[in-house]
Design a binder for this molecule. Sequence first.
Ligand code: GLA
Length: 744
Amino acid sequence: MSIRYNEKDQTITLLTRSAAYQMQIVPPGYLLHLYYGRRTEGDLSYLYLDHDCGFSPNPWERQDQRGWSLDTLPQEYAGSLGGDFRTPCLELSTDRGIRGADLRYAGHTVTAGKYALSGLPAAWAREGEAETLTVTLADAASGLQAELLYAVFEERDLICRALRLKNTGDQSIRLEKAASVCLDLPFGDWDWIHFSGRHTMERRPERRRLLEGLQGVGSLRGASGHQANPFVILCDREAGEEQGDCYGMMLLYSGSFLAQLEKDQMGAVRLTAGIQPELFSWRLEPGESFETPEALLCFSPEGLGGLSRRYHRFLRQNVCRGYWAERPRPVVLNSWEACYFDVDEERVLALARQAGDLGADVLVLDDGWFGNRRDDHRALGDWTPNPERFPHGLGWLARKVRELGPGFGLWLEPEMVSPDSALYRAHPDWALTVPGRPPTLGRNQLVLDLGREEVQNWIYDTVAGILRSADISYIKWDMNRELTDVYSRALPPDRQGECVHRYYRGLYSLMERLCRDFPRVLFEGCAGGGGRFDAGILAYFPQIWTSDNTDPVARLGIQEGTGYGYPLSAMAAHVSASPNHQTGRSTPLGTRAMAAMTGAFGYELDPGKLTETERQEIRRQIARWRELESLPRTGELYRLSRPEDPFAAWQLVSTDGGESLLTVCMRAVESNPRPLWLRLRGLRGEGRYRIEWQERAGCLEELSELPEREYAGSALLYAGLTLPPLRGDYPAMQLLLQRTDDNE
Ligand code: GLA
């Protein structure tokens, strides 16, 4: 039983392998949060003393206790206007003008399995993997009932949370804020980490001391965005890769979000996160319900590395679904950086021939194949092959590509419409635009109103039609601008605040239908690279194009930052041409491959422009990838370097400790560099290991190989391994350790 109710103490405790999470029902019906941290037991309410700190109001029923205030006590889910002046979770107004919410306990249930959300991405549980706690709170004045949902995955150290709101009264309620999660941590001196960036430079960790007052991250973009990510970490100030208590909060949501941390007058911390309340409102008529997106709370007593590994496992095994979730992914050759918009049958078949010759699995035809799409000024929405460039159509093309070896993949950007397109001319009202105001363009395009069912159906029919017309095994689903002019022609004036969230409900329902009806197609998410890299997308599409930046040295940082929360199997990573098209930097082909092999591996270049020696090297790389791909896909990640180190060193260890891949890439080189001394992690101390193979790339001089002798696991863990100093143009090395004593 991972959920325990103690009637005497009125406590409810959620237990995971490493953590305990406790709440308590106290008169007159408040639900206090007592604890979340390392696993312990007993009633933890002794932590909270009645303490009158002044100017903290008391509930009517506690008027004799000046030291009892919602303003200073930790709450499980904070309402508003009830004496707690910290960040509220719930804000509303009714048609009778009632504002705020005074949430009182009205009951709870514990059930086997995991709760379900309708129309939103959510984690899933195998039999026996999860238990659900539903706590009902009610606000008498507005008639709003809030069900706090908790699914406890004991073995995974993970608690899923969401909120189901019901209008049980007779007034219309307008929700103005409904956070998915609230976490009050009363004590401690914390750091917090978020992942900021920009297009082609996504998700660099920003670690700061948590200061008094309000701080946070969010997006107003109508997408999770390149600039911020719906994932934050709160950790001990001294927490490092392998030590210290860390808490993670990750939203399964791809729209505008807000995550806030507030350190209050008592030094306590409140973390809230959910749909961005700015530009959001939702009307709940009597009898109607609303569910918030889900949040994944994770606790690791084993530092940031332990937190990452917990999220990786969970996202791979309990968020990703379907045929491709845990299967080896195809090695793709993508046409974008090889051809940009300049694609036709001849060029595609030439690339397919190359892909076949190199041993790639899928040739992906990127942008430029449809309508009169010569550049990014036109044709989004006109999803039929350009008759001059592709006179034989997609069915023929896919067949021809297959005859040359690889499968056939296609780029689509179904959420968008170009003003210069037949679709826009036929349905101008399908685009998000404000009446009487010229719309804002992004990459010369407008956004379709995915909240509308007819738009969803049109996209479904179009994509399904394409998938039925040709043998397509892979779709890259792009989204190259964010949402402005959020006004839906299909919504009444007082529901316009629902537009962005309805867009995402529409998108998720489309993704759900397409994944259900085309289960063998591998869908890859993309939004100008990593502009929508979140767990909401991963609940449908198991991988995402990590960044439009394919420079391997820049990618080390981007993939490292992304990897704090998201598994390597989710990060599409391609080897591209050198000099790199985004940064102009030249790097060795071997280094490019080693960096890309810490993701879902592929290529993004024209092999016809390479020398035969380089093509030979690519054949070897692909063969190597097939040997090691299960490590990035299923293994445990250990970061041996810090973001500020001049090198990136990552170790992947198979779950049974039998194999480990070490990758070291230099981000900068020094003259007369020192050898690199690394203590390995994750190996079995009692085991013995042998270096199965080792490779170098871009080294200035011939370096002697590490001896291929046996090493004690404990020696590699405690004494470490010394690697030769790497000098050259972005040199890198990779080695595979194999346990040799498996059968002893
Ligand atoms: C986005 C993607 C790229 C490419 C282009 C095509 O920027 O991230 O990989 O597909 O669109 O227009």
